[in-house]
Design a protein around this ligand. Structure first.
Ligand code: PLP
Length: 362
């Protein structure tokens, strides 16, 4: 977490306003004001109408609450189109909703040779029965960024709505929901230097029309429909601070800094004999996240060897089960994943590359 977010959480916790919404006294008013100012800042950060910004525990929990409502609107014969590039948090919730409603759930594959979404297959699968398209903004495993504008245009042409999982996109790229035109977009502030929390934008008219599961006494108005129970105010104060931080940092600048570090990481890995880079081998339309395998060494073993050198990488599927399955690596322990964030520097990249080189030359 960035310092300003940590400080905001501490400040909120010590300011005497730890109450709840909807009261007539100062502390309650401060809680109301925090929710509305946070929606405003997140609206600015994501280029979205603040009336659609819902705050919650994390992306997975919010997506499951969302698809639980969607399940009640689906009929047998309806179709949901997802992708094999997606994290499980944007696959399983839709599958569960389809199973409950007797609807069909299909996944668009990607090209394993370059990690790009198969747009021809996407166009073939989206039809007039399609109610929702659930698509990632960026693969959390191999970095691919599908062409969201094209995906949304095809879906909307068939009257389908679009849910974008922006968890792996938001830390790296400026998002403008108004420009994209998606109906729902979910993101996790802990991926962009904030606290563990979730943010989900739902187009305000849609938000008010959904059969959301909530207790009778709670507000049935706008984002509060999805914000069940008492909000995590101290966390929300920190979410707002993290979003302000990124607005001030400027996502375009951040993107350029990350890109300059990612290029040598990707090229360095591509250059090592005995290392296979999965997904796109180029820098276009991708997040600065790369997955690879090392010949004759399991991904877990690679991660352990790197951890011993104080290098933190993930191994396995990182919940991108469909990606790993389509790459044919599910039975082989998946992949090793490394990525660039704002706190990574050139030294870290070189350290990773030389450690991986060391493993291959044994
Ligand atoms: C692409 C993607 N989607 C969804 C999630 C789930 O997010 P959360 O941990 O907020 O539930 C993750 C988490 O790593 C992710 O990378």
């Amino acid at each position: 977490m960035v310092d300003v977010a940590i400080n905001a959480m501490r400040d909120w916790s010590t300011n005497g306003s730890n109450a709840n919404t909807g009261g007539f006294f100062d502390a309650a008013r401060a809680c109301d004001a925090l929710l509305s100012s946070t929606r405003e800042v997140l609206g600015e950060f994501l280029g979205a109408d603040p009336r659609g910004i819902c705050l919650g525990a994390n992306m997975t929990t919010m997506t499951l609450a969302f698809t639980r409502a969607i399940a009640l609107t689906l009929r047998p014969g309806d179709k949901i189109v997802g992708t094999r590039l997606d994290h499980e948090a944007n696959v399983s919730p839709w599958r569960i909703a389809c199973e409950a409603a007797g609807a069909e759930h299909v996944l668009v594959p990607f090209d394993p040779s370059n990690g790009r979404l198969d747009m021809a297959e996407f166009e073939r699968l989206v039809d007039d029965r399609t109610r929702w398209v659930a698509v990632t903004g960026a693969s959390n495993l191999i970095g691919t960024m599908p062409d969201l504008k094209a995906v949304i245009a095809i879906a909307h042409k068939h009257g389908a709505r679009v849910f974008v999982d922006a968890v792996a996109l938001a830390p790296h790229k400026q998002i403008c929901i108004r420009e994209l035109g998606c109906d729902v977009l979910a993101t996790s502030p802990y991926k962009w230097y904030g606290p563990h929390a979730g943010v989900m934008y739902v187009e305000p008219n849609l938000l008010n029309s959904l059969p959301v599961a909530k207790v009778r006494a709670a507000s049935n108005d706008g984002p509060r429909r999805f914000e069940t129970g008492t909000p995590n105010f101290e966390g929300i104060a920190a979410v707002q601070a993290a979003a302000r931080f990124l607005i001030e940092e400027d996502m375009q600048k951040l993107n350029a800094i990350e890109g300059a570090l990612f290029k040598p990481l990707l090229e360095g890995l591509l250059d090592i004999d005995g290392v296979t880079v999965l997904g796109p081998h180029d820098l276009a339309s991708r997040a600065p996240t790369v997955s690879f395998t090392v010949d004759s060494i399991t991904p877990d073993r690679v991660a352990q060897e790197l951890a011993a050198k104080k290098i933190a990488v993930w191994s396995g599927d990182s919940y991108a089960m469909e990606v790993v399955a389509q790459l044919g690596l599910a039975e082989k322990g998946g992949v090793v994943r490394a990525g660039i964030a704002r706190y990574v520097d050139e030294h870290d990249v070189n350290k990773l590359l030389s450690a991986v080189r060391g493993l291959t030359s044994r």
